[in-house]
Design a protein around this ligand. Structure first.
Ligand code: MGD
Ligand code: MGD
Ligand code: SF4
Ligand code: MO
Length: 773
């Protein structure tokens, strides 16, 4: 057995928690930074409890944390921070943490964590110390460079590094700087395209709103909210969002949820429109038809700040609610009602949309029709409308070290696999590995096997000449790596973030905290891991900072603050800003107009697309029926499978923890079952005609494969559609890989041809796989 299977634990202690403990004497300060767990004086245990701050990073939104530590400096309890921009509804309101945030104590001390660095020796993963791990990594990288060239390695990073759609994540990206700039790997696959919501992100950006701004309206002023292909009461981007949504409802705003599933948000809404998946384009056009015909649009905005209105008018002219009712399965009167409600409330009318319209090429045009409604009623960056957020100024400390770019001019190993209009792709990487075009991979806080082409990924990972992972839990992915560098979780490292969307709609802010506890086991923060690799590669000169706190102090310098000062309260409000940003700065499409029509940029592209698929694509809004590019439902595969998130898990990041697994099973009323996987949500109509009862194990089969999981028979999903939470099954960090990985059914070529977004609408058949678990 390799060392990778090992899993016992021990608890650590920091100098800081000792100093903060009420019983620690002034003399403790004189001990300097050299206390380790083993050296901790016994008296520390008698000091009673103390508190420290933290910032939750489980879904990467920084909710403020108050950490209660016992006399031994061990984290005991977590609470929210009142007034926190992401963890509360704003000034004078309570801060809280969601179930994922609250499970951070379990995460910190979890025996399932990767407890020390591992490197592959004689074919097996062996435990090593950090020094040896860094040396081994650098040697491996150097010989890989000599043999194949550094550019043959692809970088996959999660949110731990800058993600493009999170406009205010730290604008510094050590992962990119070390593996890209210093080492010379030219290709990385970031978010949001092509794994998150590429099909809509690109469209929202072309229209001018920007990929991210479709998610967070100006809650305090909104009167009408369309939650459209999103479930923010479970997928809130921080606690503030769910709270402000519920406050808006209490204040009298109308909330309408448009979703094939009766989500937690649908339950709290004034109206649920159970739409057939991939038919949103029809609904949006019909709404536009009503708004134009009733004269509810903003003539001044349309005339002065938009492009292509004539095309738009033509596109909606014959799209009556009755026409859309037939496509969507909705009631024409409901369509008329929400169109009028939205139009009358504008500009205090907004939308919340994310992956629901972002994970299928058939939805790309739907997203264009949808975002057009905001331009039509002028509800962009006006009180109560779609907000354009601002961030506090920050500094990228690497700006001062004259970082070279050793990747410059190197060939992109994925160049032959790229989509039509986007410079990177993910689903084709396994094929590129098989073809020998890509030979190395590094992943940081990321598991591509749950995203798409799962089976192909699992095979391809075995064919890599070099695989370096920075992760926290063992899985069938991390076990395949040649180097496994274990990262410390968020309570164990300093954190810093600088604003954007949040509880303060017109104020920028910063938040940050020092480490509340020491890195557990023999782990390090990602920042330190990058520094270690850079130094071992002989690039130490580009890491002049002693530690992450010093580095964060530089990031904070534009707001004239240190991490010590920020840690006192955990957050600080910085500057005020207002509305109608587009008057000064222009739209996200780089012009001073909102685009109904993409003719200025996508003319040729849509001509190419029309040739490729037997369909006449327009540059303007239009109806694209499901199955035009994506899967068509057939007699063999008559059901449409989608997937979803729950409040207990952030993607595939916490299924190794017991509490979330228990809570999830309880929420499904299945805690008594000997099963901790995910569930297939299926309508009674579809279940009973197949002889399936609630709690049965079922098999889901598509063109590319078959998976098995437990059925959850529920009216809360429209007939003809089935859905499961992802992050389970094959390659999951769930210790037994229980449940199903929906992406075992995904075919690698099933992507949005324009941007490479992985298609997560798959035609399947479901059958009983023989009784209960
Ligand atoms: N708890 C939790 N919160 C999270 C995350 C997490 O993993 N866990 N991840 C974060 C990230 S990175 C993201 S991208 C967001 C995603 O946030 P959301 O987009 O809210 O994610 P889901 O909960 O999957 O909700 C998508 C909804 O779209 C619906 N849907 C699917 N297909 C269609 C369709 O064709 N039409 C319509 N109208 N609806 C459709 C599904 O039924 C589902 O309810 O969540 C963020 N917040
Ligand atoms: N089937 C399906 N797949 C999807 C989606 C979907 O809707 N359906 N949504 C997509 C979306 S919107 C997004 S944004 C992506 C996100 O996907 P990713 O960026 O890949 O994020 P996670 O799934 O959270 O990453 C899981 C990995 O992080 C590791 N991990 C957990 N905690 C830590 C830590 O503290 N440090 C480090 N270094 N590693 C840690 C886990 O052990 C695991 O290996 O997923 C996409 N994948
Ligand atoms: S919403 Fe939950 S998981 Fe996300 S940062 Fe806040 S507490 Fe953590
Ligand atoms: Mo995402």
């Amino acid at each position: 057995m390799s060392d990778a299977e090992d899993s016992e634990g021990r608890f650590g202690l920091t100098r800081r928690t000792l100093l903060k403990a009420s019983g620690a004497s002034a003399g403790a300060a004189a001990l300097g930074g050299c206390l380790s767990a083993a050296e901790a004086p016994d008296e520390a245990g008698e000091g009673g409890t103390s508190t420290a701050h933290g910032n939750c990073w489980q879904c990467h939104k920084y909710c403020g944390m108050e950490v209660t530590l016992n006399g031994d400096g061990k984290a005991q309890e977590l609470h929210g921070v009142d007034g926190h921009p992401r963890g509360s509804a704003g000034e004078g309101t309570n801060g809280t943490l969601c179930p994922k945030g609250l499970s951070q104590v379990e995460k910190a001390y979890s025996p399932r964590r990767i407890k020390q660095p591992h490197v592959r020796k004689d074919g097996e993963l062996k435990k090593v110390g950090w020094e040896e791990a860094f040396e081994y990594t650098a040697d491996l990288m150097e010989s890989f460079d000599d043999e194949y060239g550094a550019n043959k390695m692809v970088r996959l990073h999660g949110f731990a590094t800058a993600a493009k759609h999170e406009a205010c994540l730290p604008s510094s990206n050590p992962f990119k700087y070390v593996f890209g700039n210093l080492y010379g790997s030219s290709e990385s696959v970031p978010h949001p395209i092509p794994t998150c919501f590429g099909s809509s992100a690109q469209t929202y950006t072309l229209a001018g709103l920007g990929g991210g701004n479709m998610r967070w309206p100006d809650f305090p002023n909104t009167k009408y909210l369309l939650v459209w292909g999103r479930n923010p009461l479970e997928t809130f981007a921080g606690q503030w969002e769910a709270k402000q949504l519920l406050e808006a409802k209490e204040r009298g705003a109308t909330i309408v949820t448009i979703d094939p599933q009766y989500t937690e948000t649908a339950k709290k809404s004034d109206k649920w429109l159970p739409i057939k998946p991939r038919t949103d384009g029809a609904l949006a056009l019909a709404m536009g038809h009503v708004i134009v015909n009733e004269g509810l649009y903003d003539e001044d905005f349309v005339e002065n700040h938009t492009h292509g209105f004539e095309t738009y008018k033509e596109a909606v002219a014959d799209k009556t609610p009755e026409w859309a009712a037939e496509k969507t399965g909705l009631d024409a009167e409901d369509i008329r009602e929400i169109a009028t409600g939205f139009g009358e409330a504008a500009p205090a009318a907004a939308m919340q949309s994310w992956t629901g319209l972002g994970q299928s090429p058939d939805l790309q045009k739907a997203a264009q029709n949808q975002v057009s409604l905001l331009g039509l009623v002028g509800a962009i960056d006006r009180p109560g409308g779609q907000k354009l957020w601002s961030c506090a100024p920050t500094k990228d400390p690497f700006k001062d070290v004259n970082l070279p770019n050793n990747a410059e001019g190197k060939e992109n190993p994925m160049k032959d696999y790229l989509p039509m209009a986007y410079p990177s792709t993910q689903n084709a990487i396994p094929k590129a590995i098989k073809n020998g075009d890509v030979k190395g991979l590094t992943t940081y806080y990321r598991n591509p096997v749950k995203d798409g082409a799962a089976e192909e990924w699992l095979e391809a990972l075995d064919q890599l000449e070099m695989f370096i992972t920075i992760d926290s839990f063992w899985s069938s992915v991390s076990r395949k790596a040649d180097v496994v560098l274990p990262e410390a979780s968020q309570l164990e490292k300093p954190m810093y973030g600088h604003g954007g969307y949040g509880a303060y709609n017109t104020q920028t802010w910063v938040t940050g905290s020092k480490a509340a506890i020491d890195p557990q086991f023999d782990t390090k923060s990602g920042w330190e891991i990058m520094k270690g690799i850079a130094e071992a590669l002989g690039h130490g000169e580009y890491y002049p900072w002693e530690n992450k706190e010093e580095y964060i102090n530089e990031q904070l310098s534009p707001v004239d603050m240190t991490l010590d000062e920020l840690d006192e309260k955990n957050y600080e409000l910085i500057d005020s800003y207002g509305f109608e940003k587009w008057k000064k700065g222009g739209f996200a499409n780089g012009t001073d107009q909102f685009w109904f029509d993409f003719d200025k940029k996508f003319d040729k592209l849509y001509q190419g697309l029309s040739k490729k698929y037997d369909f006449d694509f327009d540059t303007g809004p239009q109806w694209v029926p499901p199955g035009t590019i994506g899967d068509e439902l057939t007699d063999e595969y008559p059901l449409e499978m989608i997937d979803h998130r729950t409040v207990y898990f952030s993607h595939g990041g916490d299924q190794a923890l017991d509490k979330p697994l228990e809570q999830y099973a309880e929420s499904m009323g299945k805690e008594h079952e000997d099963y901790r996987g995910n569930y297939l949500h299926i309508n009674p109509e579809d279940a009973h005609s197949r002889g399936i009862s609630d709690g049965d194990m079922v098999s889901v089969e598509g063109e590319n494969g078959e998976v098995s999981l437990m059925a959850h028979v529920t009216e809360g999903i429209v007939p003809g559609t089935v859905s499961m939470a992802y992050g389970f099954g094959e390659a999951s960090i769930q210790p037994d890989e229980e449940g199903a990985n929906s992406m075992m059914l995904n075919t690698p070529d099933d992507v949005d041809p324009i941007n490479g977004q992985i298609d997560r609408h798959i035609a399947v058949q479901v059958s009983s796989s023989g009784g209960e678990e």
